[in-house]
Design a protein around this ligand. Structure first.
Ligand SMILES: CC(C)(COP(=O)(O)OP(=O)(O)OC[C@H]1O[C@@H](n2cnc3c(N)ncnc32)[C@H](O)[C@@H]1OP(=O)(O)O)[C@@H](O)C(=O)NCCC(=O)NCCS
Length: 252
């Protein structure tokens, strides 16, 4: 009985070409490897995504909570045609990107999560998944949304995405944007980098183990700081408030 029910609950997976790993040099001079993460490795990602659910800054909380759910959905066979890629620097987890195939001609971008900041690692991850959709899976376009202003800058503006506002995106039903094959071809020479094959020692290190991120985003010491930062990116209001508080303490 339970075996038969599992057959109903578990979606039948469509054939999808594997992602061919690649590597690129970061501005820091370190090589980063982009490679596919398969089902049995998902628990190794979950433990590094969970802490980010508590980081309010830059919308890490909502994105991490959704990624966590998607990864469990993939692990437990409760998600249709999802793929997951990891970016690793010397084995360390630096970013996770995922998406899914909607039809053989249509892709859908789920998330991009950078666990190391300031090196465009998230941007490289996003480019890698667009390359996977268009070149390897043969999709004509990819539906995309942004949950954060940084994401909007990175995807909608940098790739000049087209509006598909008549299509609600699977992430919250918000209006979709689209990367078409033509837009991707235009971005190829500037935004999409990386070389294949990955040198064996680099690939082996990445495949051996997903090591913890060395400097992941963490919650702020002041619990209200992130909330204020959403509306005050330069934190001027917060700094002014702190000065007032310090002045008040000195005067007392
Ligand atoms: C969106 C995201 C994937 C982009 O990753 P990325 O390309 O590696 O870019 P970063 O986040 O490191 O940097 C983005 C900007 O913030 C600045 N920044 C913010 N925090 C920083 C930090 N701790 N160190 C250095 N730079 C930082 C960078 O200078 C950069 O500015 P730029 O756009 O002028 O280059 C990443 O910000 C992220 O994971 N955000 C949370 C989840 C999210 O929003 N995902 C996308 C949903 S659409």
């Amino acid at each position: 009985m339970s075996v038969d029910l599992e057959k109903i609950l578990r979606p039948v997976e469509s054939p999808m070409a594997p992602y061919e790993p690649k590597y690129m040099m970061l501005a820091s001079g370190e090589p980063v490897v982009v490679r596919q993460v398969f089902r049995d490795e998902i628990p190794d990602l979950l433990k590094h995504v969970e802490p980010l659910i508590h980081v309010e800054r830059d919308y890490y909380d909502v994105v991490a909570a959704r990624v966590y759910a998607e990864l469990i959905g993939y692990y437990t066979h409760r998600f249709q045609d999802q793929y997951v890629l990891a970016l690793q620097v010397d084995g360390e987890l630096a970013a996770i990107v995922n998406g899914r195939q909607v039809t053989p001609k249509l892709g859908l971008s789920l998330h991009t999560l950078a666990l190391r900041r300031g090196l465009r690692i998230g941007a490289h991850g996003f480019a890698a998944k667009m390359e996977y959709h268009i070149d390897a899976l043969g999709h004509d376009e990819v539906l995309i949304v942004a949950e954060s202003p940084i994401g909007f800058r990175r995807w909608m503006i940098e790739y000049k995405l087209e509006k598909r506002f008549d299509i609600p995106h699977e992430l919250g039903g918000v209006p979709s944007w689209a990367l078409t094959r033509e837009l991707f071809d235009r971005a190829r020479s500037s935004l999409v980098v990386g070389r294949r094959p990955v040198p064996p020692e680099l690939l082996e290190k990445a495949l051996e183990k997903i090591l913890p991120p060395s400097d992941p985003p963490t919650p702020p010491l002041d619990p209200l700081a992130a909330t204020r930062a959403l509306y005050d990116p330069t934190a001027t209001a917060l700094v002014a408030q702190r000065w007032e508080m310090e002045k008040g303490a000195q005067d007392a």
